[in-house]
Design a protein around this ligand. Structure first.
Ligand code: SF4
Ligand code: SF4
Length: 247
């Protein structure tokens, strides 16, 4: 999410901006009456790093993961497609990973699940510094606000393991909310396909790199990236795609 999408007048009544050190009352655990209620009827947008982690949690090839668990949507006024987790058709719109014991991919759950009931938007200024804005999402069904545990956005984000996610998600946000995209940049169909391949479909992208089939990447660099960790490959791809599209 870019910061521009969080103007006060655009926020629903149950969402409030929050300073990073402002306190709020919240705890979530198995004993709350609403346990896993927030894992249903969701528009859960997935970043490339979310997919990397879900792939690790499930052990499923990225091609199959995208096919089985992801809906790809393209809005007419947006530059790049958005990816959402496909909810199960069980009459409750449940997340495919929710179980009676909670989240079955807990260690690798998406960033939006980690940070909930907060939301975080970020943008990079011209010097490369990250500006961030938190919001608190107080949904009626969430009983976590009745718990006597004081949190701050900063503390809660760190506790929930967001530091690593932010490093990747901020680089992704800089790409999809760049100056050019905000000016209405529309990529070609093949550029959109490349976006999905190099950022979300790391297994297929790695195979292409290892076969040296991508003309605009030098064979030695392609082999090195093809043999690197998922994290290094994703960081490389974010930078490479940004340079290729925006120069
Ligand atoms: S991934 Fe886990 S935490 Fe997120 S909605 Fe699904 S079950 Fe809930
Ligand atoms: S609705 Fe709130 S308290 Fe209940 S499980 Fe979800 S985050 Fe926790």
């Amino acid at each position: 999410m870019g910061l521009d999408g969080w103007q006060d007048e655009q926020l629903p009544g149950f969402v409030h901006k929050l300073d990073r050190n402002e306190e709020f009352n919240f705890a979530c655990h198995k004993g709350v009456g609403c346990f896993t209620e927030c894992c249903r009827l969701l528009d859960l947008a997935l970043t490339p790093y979310d997919i990397l982690r879900l792939r690790r949690a499930t052990g499923i090839d990225s091609r199959i993961l995208l096919d089985k668990y992801v809906i790809i949507e393209q809005e007419a006024d947006e530059s790049f497609p958005r990816l959402y987790l496909t909810m199960v058709d069980d009459g409750r719109g449940s997340c495919p990973f929710v179980s009676p014991n909670g989240c079955s991919v807990y260690q690798h759950r998406p960033g939006a699940c980690r940070v909930y009931p907060l939301g975080r938007a970020a943008r990079q200024d011209k010097s490369g510094k990250i500006e961030e804005q938190f919001v608190l999402v107080k949904e009626e069904h969430c009983r976590g606000f009745e718990e006597n545990t004081y949190q701050t956005a900063e503390r809660y984000s760190i506790e929930q393991g967001m530091t690593e996610y932010c490093a990747f998600n901020d680089a992704f946000a800089a790409l999809v909310h760049s100056e050019k995209t905000s000016q209405g940049f529309i990529p070609t169909t093949s550029e959109k396909e490349l976006f999905l391949l190099v950022l979300y479909n790391l297994d297929e992208w790695r195979e292409i790199l290892l076969r040296g089939e991508y003309d605009s990447i030098d064979n030695k660099a392609a082999r090195t990236m093809g043999q690197s960790t998922d994290e290094d490959l994703l960081l490389f791809s974010l930078k490479w795609f940004n340079e290729r599209i925006f120069g």
